[in-house]
Design a protein around this ligand. Structure first.
Ligand SMILES: *[C@@H]1O[C@H](CO)[C@@H](O)[C@H](O)[C@H]1NC(C)=O
Length: 221
């Protein structure tokens, strides 16, 4: 009697588990559309890719604040490598933000606010966050941490570190890591990164997204 009842309990249990398993596979199979994985970057950016990404906007001469795509490329690639921008989406976001903010490498200083600049035209408080997070950079500022945020942009540009803060911020700035990990070809992934990491103003998103798409398409091949 005892053996029989435990046998039927076992059968009920087995049936239950099988049902559970079947319903799980049936319900999850057709609804789950996998998100495409971020595309890993195989190499660095080539001049051909950058020129195509800038769609006719590469400055014609390296003079004053402006720098040609050819002259900028080694700095861009060094920053990508140093701050580990590992996917095409992360590289495209960095380059597109720089293109949008700095007029496609035309500006290194904000024309209205002189405390704001570098290739991604970052505000002084953001440049300070970059300096605080990067020990080797702190050595360039005697008296650190007692420094004036407004003085940071001048030092970074003079030391030719103007391509670095934007690259660091793209993947490591406040709120950036998670949205940067999701950067892909899709506009949604870019908008999530823009809102969570850059926050450059809702009205700027269409222009920023248009540049991102062009840059992504140029460098993703
Ligand atoms: C300098 O920047 C830091 C980091 O953004 C900020 O916390 C601090 O208030 C700024 N200092 C001044 C005087 O604006």
């Amino acid at each position: 009697m005892r053996g029989r009842s435990s046998f039927s309990v076992l059968m009920v249990l087995v049936a239950f588990i099988v049902t559970l398993f079947l319903s799980e596979t049936v319900s999850s199979a057709p609804t789950k559309k996998p998100t495409p994985k971020p595309k890993p970057a195989r190499g660095l950016i080539t001049l051909k890719q950058l020129t195509k990404a800038f769609a006719g906007n590469c400055p014609p001469k390296t003079v004053g604040d402006a720098i040609t795509c050819k002259d900028a490329l080694p700095y861009i690639n060094a920053a990508i490598k140093k701050y580990k921008l590992k996917t095409k989406g992360q590289q495209a976001a960095y380059i597109a933000n720089m293109a949008y903010e700095g007029g496609y490498l035309k500006y290194n200083h904000n024309l209205v606010n002189p405390t704001q600049g570098t290739r991604s035209i970052m505000p002084a408080v953001s440049l300070r966050i970059f300096v605080d997070a990067n020990k080797p950079v702190q050595k360039l500022f005697p008296g650190y941490p007692n420094i004036n945020n407004d003085s940071i942009v001048g030092v970074l540009i003079k030391r030719k570190l103007d391509f670095e803060p934007g690259a660091w911020w793209t993947v490591a700035g406040p709120g950036c890591a998670k949205v940067a990990a999701g950067l892909r070809a899709s506009e949604d992934s870019f908008v999530a990164w823009e809102k969570g990491c850059i926050n450059g103003g809702l009205e700027t998103i269409p222009d920023r997204a248009r540049i991102y798409k062009a840059v992504y398409a140029a460098i993703a091949k």
